[in-house]
Design a protein around this ligand. Structure first.
Ligand code: CUA
Length: 424
């Protein structure tokens, strides 16, 4: 008896495959912000194009092969009572040439655009590109702009240098020179480019042009395991207009100064003026930094703060500047504040314009008075493994396993915070 092939079964099988694959498709289309599926640069569009043609070619191959397989299973299945062997087809030259040529053709279709994209994106950047040096540290990012230098009051040549915040002008190719001070890190802004490692004693390069981006902020990550706070090594990238970028660079080249002369707090009001909610407004005469009210929600950190008690007294920026210059808290051993002749440490992030940054601790906490105070008081509770020592008096240091007998009082910390917050 002859069983006829039933197309309805084939349709049901195809429907099952389609339903199983649909969550993947939906996930790829969602508006998740840290995504390579929203390319904002020439490089990412090229890579995205390769991804798409690979998916389409792969899908066509999959559907054709599975269709033939299912058809064969149904059409040539064993019928009741039959003992006859199916026809053997090995040694069929026509068939073997055909299934050699078809995969070879598919590989050619994939290889040509792949090789072309590799040559285009992995060559040297345009000679007029913006140069940015990226230096990985455990666990923060140093960004240097060697094309933008200015002589300091002492005759030294100062380069524009920031920490954990990267500014890029729209429409200009940027060439990153990637290095590490310690272990291997990896630089990644998903919407802007692929990943590239930062290796000690070896310089890597990466370039792209943020040409299709609106002026906005993106999250950046370290994506190579680099120790205890690898997951806490983040940064923000701001893509701005060329005018805004020039204004930002010009401001970064100036030495530290209070954004607005802050009135000395009236002593009588000190006790009644809790400081944590107070934030000095960003004085944006022209473009100093990316406006906080335009920061996308996904760039604002929500890291829970550990249990650190802080009295939150009113801070006096002038007193804070004096404390730092005296060497209180030993901040000058690691940090630079250009314009303050004693703050010339090179180990930690440059704090010259820290008040204009949106986050602290490599993108882990928002940059406000309270988080900055807790950070100074006990950074090692705020970020496991951090090199920054515990500064707060009577604070428990989780790395040393001891309580610090010396150190700064809450009042001294509040004064230093008030000074740092004023450094726009
Ligand atoms: Cu640096 Cu992971």
């Amino acid at each position: 008896m002859h069983h006829r092939f039933r197309p309805r079964r084939l349709a049901r099988a195809a429907l099952t495959v389609a339903l199983a694959a649909s969550p993947l498709v939906i996930a790829a289309c969602s508006q998740y912000p840290n995504s390579v599926f929203h390319p904002r640069t020439d490089t990412n569009r090229d890579v995205g194009f390769l991804f798409e043609i690979l998916i389409w070619f792969g899908s066509v191959v999959f559907v054709v092969v599975e269709a033939i397989l299912i058809y064969t299973l149904v059409r040539f299945r064993r019928r009741g009572g039959t003992t006859r062997q199916p026809e053997h087809v090995h040694g069929n030259t026509t068939l073997e040439i055909t299934w050699t040529i078809i995969p070879a053709l598919i590989l050619v279709f994939i290889a040509i655009p792949t090789v072309r994209t590799i040559f285009r994106t992995q060559g040297r950047a345009a000679s007029n590109a913006l140069q940015v040096e990226v230096i990985g540290h455990q666990w923060w990012w140093e960004f240097r702009y060697p094309q933008y230098t200015s002589p300091s009051t002492t005759g030294r040549i100062d380069t524009v240098v920031t920490a954990n915040e990267l500014y890029l002008p729209k429409g200009r190719t940027v060439n990153f020179r990637l290095e590490s001070r310690d272990v291997i890190h990896s630089f990644w802004v998903p919407s802007l480019s692929g990943k590239r490692d930062l290796v000690s004693n070896h310089t890597n390069y990466l370039w792209f042009t943020p040409d299709s981006a609106p002026s906005t902020a993106y999250n950046g990550f370290c994506v190579e395991y680099c120790g205890a706070s690898h997951a806490n090594m983040r940064f923000r990238t701001f893509v701005v207009t060329p005018d805004e970028f020039n204004a930002w660079i010009a401001h970064q080249q100036t030495p530290a100064a209070f954004a607005t002369p802050l009135p000395a707090p009236a002593r009588a009001n000190v006790a009644a003026a809790p400081n944590a909610a107070q934030t000095t407004p960003v004085a944006q005469a022209g473009f100093i930094s990316f406006p906080r009210d335009r920061m996308p929600a996904y760039t604002i950190p929500e890291t829970p703060t550990p249990d650190i008690s802080y009295g939150d007294p009113y801070g006096d920026p002038a007193r804070g500047a004096e404390l730092l210059t005296q060497g209180q808290g030993a901040c000058l051993g690691c940090h630079t504040i250009r314009g303050n002749p004693r703050m010339i440490g090179q180990i930690g992030p440059n704090l010259t314009h820290i008040g204009s940054r949106t986050t602290i601790a490599a993108g882990l906490y928002p940059n406000d008075a309270r988080h900055l105070a807790l950070w100074i008081k006990n950074a090692r509770k705020m970020k496991p493994g951090v090199l920054m020592p515990t500064i707060g008096r009577n604070e428990y240091d989780p790395q040393l396993g001891t309580t610090m007998k010396a150190g700064l009082t809450d009042q001294q910390i509040a004064d230093i915070v008030a000074y740092l917050q004023a450094l726009k």
